[in-house]
Design a binder for this molecule. Structure first.
Ligand SMILES: NC(=O)c1ccc[n+]([C@@H]2O[C@H](COP(=O)([O-])OP(=O)(O)OC[C@H]3O[C@@H](n4cnc5c(N)ncnc54)[C@H](OP(=O)(O)O)[C@@H]3O)[C@@H](O)[C@H]2O)c1
Length: 336
């Protein structure tokens, strides 16, 4: 009787946990899509978290994966993991890129274009959160450069190669609902170095993601008549190493105290990757802003209105080009 009672208790807890997680976290994205011609997919920051979960899911889809990694050893480990899981037929290249360095990004873009292959998808995923304010080698603030400006540069450098894709290329930016809290754009105070306070560290992340949404919004309208579509994906709250600098989670005691609630409400990297996979694999290019891939609802209300303001969008775009020294790249003056 005692054993049956324990089984019943466990079954009840299991069912409640399953239903709660299903309601809060959503379901898995199902697609049987496989590519025909080893289509090229670039993913930045795929040695951990959501990026790693994305490439592990793409491994079985007959595509050519380029992993953009700042640590080549971790990149090679990821490559070996994919080979072990999917066999020697899988086509994976590991290229170095450090988003703290604009010339490294230009070098990464060159290695990709040297493959002389159209790009099907560019997944702008690498990012940092709640980082100590620090200047990069380019004299720009690290969170601003890694999360936004570096991906702005990479996207524009790869745009001609994305346009060559005949099946409709996709640019997928990993954003966050944190962007809704940013109130100023462009915010020059956060471009170089700011005073290290908890509030400013949050602001830097929120601002970097607002810039990414604003850039994507403008690019999407510029590319409206082309075959390239642009998407922003908010993966929700996901248990990854991105919180390594955040005191409430980097502190072991506080982490384990919150664990039961986090188990119910926070996504695993695999779950966090679902909307990204949807943006890449859906047969028809999906909507611009994706939060719940399973929802048919218009999610444009999730976008900070600042990101849709054309005047602010133009200022950020012009400033970003200047910061990347792109003004002399004549082929990038015309995006359409
Ligand atoms: N986790 C969440 O709750 C959450 C919520 C909303 C949005 N997002 C977004 O989702 C994306 C993925 O985040 P995640 O949670 O999966 O984080 P993560 O596990 O920390 O992964 C971030 C990746 O970015 C790479 N990276 C960091 N700085 C880099 C640099 N300077 N150059 C090149 N690569 C660099 C990291 O490489 P190393 O391994 O070398 O550090 C790592 O591979 C990010 O854009 C993030 O803003 C996450």
């Amino acid at each position: 009787m005692g054993v049956l009672k324990n089984i019943a208790i466990l079954a009840t807890i299991g069912s409640i946990t399953y239903v709660t997680r299903r309601c809060l976290i959503g379901r898995r994205y199902c697609s049987s899509r496989k590519f025909d011609n080893k289509e090229l997919i670039i993913v930045t920051g795929c040695t951990s978290g959501i990026g790693l979960a994305v490439v592990k899911e793409l491994g079985s889809r007959n595509c050519h994966l380029v992993l953009g990694c700042r640590n080549l050893d971790s990149g090679e480990k990821t490559r070996q993991l994919l080979i072990k899981q999917f066999g020697n037929d899988i086509l994976v290249d590991v290229f170095h890129v450090d988003f703290c360095c604009l010339s490294s990004i230009a070098g990464f873009a060159k290695r990709i274009t040297d493959l002389q292959k159209p790009i099907y998808a560019l997944v702008n995923n690498a990012a940092i959160f709640y980082h100590t304010p620090q200047q990069t080698i380019d004299k720009l603030e690290q969170t601003f450069q890694v999360n936004y400006l570096g991906h702005f540069l990479l996207t524009l450098l790869l745009l001609p190669t994305l346009k060559q894709c005949t099946i409709g290329a996709r640019i997928v930016n990993l954003v966050s609902k944190a962007h809704l809290a940013a109130q100023v754009c462009p915010d020059l105070e956060l471009h170089e170095k700011f005073e290290d306070t908890p509030n400013n560290r949050f602001r830097a992340y929120q601002y970097s993601k607002l810039c990414l949404v604003s850039f994507a919004y403008k690019l999407s309208s510029l590319l409206a008549k082309s075959s390239v579509s642009v998407h922003c994906v908010d993966p929700g709250n996901v248990e990854t190493a991105i919180y390594r600098d955040f005191p409430q989670l980097s502190n072991k005691v506080s982490f384990y105290l919150q664990k039961p609630i986090r188990l119910l409400t926070v996504k695993t990297p695999y779950e966090g990757a679902q909307a990204v996979l949807y943006a890449i694999l859906e047969n028809q290019a999906p909507r611009f802003y994706i939060k719940e891939f399973s929802s048919q609802q218009d999610e444009s209300g999730e976008i900070n209105p600042i990101a849709k303001n054309p005047v602010l969008g133009d200022s950020l775009w012009t400033l970003s080009r200047q910061l990347c020294h792109l003004t002399h790249f004549s082929q990038l003056n015309k995006v359409q």
